[in-house]
Design a protein around this ligand. Structure first.
Ligand code: FES
Ligand code: FES
Length: 159
């Protein structure tokens, strides 16, 4: 099948990529654009390991054909830290021991960032709902959710 030029914004930078429009976004991000932070788990939309933000919303990039992102903004885990500083979500996850094997972690952080960008004052229920598509086989979620609650509180304090 012939490759097409597909242009979109990746972590704030304009990118052109030559791909089959039906190729899944996660594969293009990892294999053509070399950003390996976005993980591949189930490839059926069930685990959240591949979560990225698409025009601000958390989506499973294993379910999005890259042709659908033309002209849109994609943010991966590599785009979450700003000015060489970890995002408060990343800091809280590290401080609170919410990372074990880390396979789920990029997707969780991206889902939490999408939530915080939309709702800077999420309560525990909002956080629980935002993360329900992100499966973790190691931590059992308690530490993860505690870290996200702490990050929300830290962001509020920083104003
Ligand atoms: S790899 Fe995409 S949801 Fe599991
Ligand atoms: S830390 Fe291992 S799957 Fe979540």
């Amino acid at each position: 099948m012939s490759l097409k030029k597909i242009s979109f914004f990746l972590n704030g930078e304009a990118k052109d990529v030559y791909a089959n429009p039906g190729d899944m976004l996660v594969d293009v991000i990892r294999d053509k654009l070399g950003l390996l932070g976005t993980k591949v788990g189930c490839k059926t939309g069930g685990c959240g390991a591949c979560t990225v933000m698409l025009d601000g919303l958390a989506v499973n990039s294993c379910m999005i054909p890259v042709g659908k992102v033309a002209g849109k903004s994609v943010v991966t885990i590599e785009g979450v830290a700003e000015n060489n500083e970890l995002h408060p979500i990343q800091e809280a996850m590290m401080e609170d021991g919410a990372v074990q094997c880390g396979y789920c972690t990029p997707g969780i952080i991206v889902s939490a960032k999408a939530l915080f960008d939309e709702n800077p004052n999420p309560d525990s229920e909002d956080i629980h709902r935002a993360l329900e598509g992100n499966i973790c086989r190691c931590t059992g979620y308690i530490k993860v959710e505690e870290a996200i609650v702490k990050a929300a509180s830290n962001i509020r304090k920083e104003g």
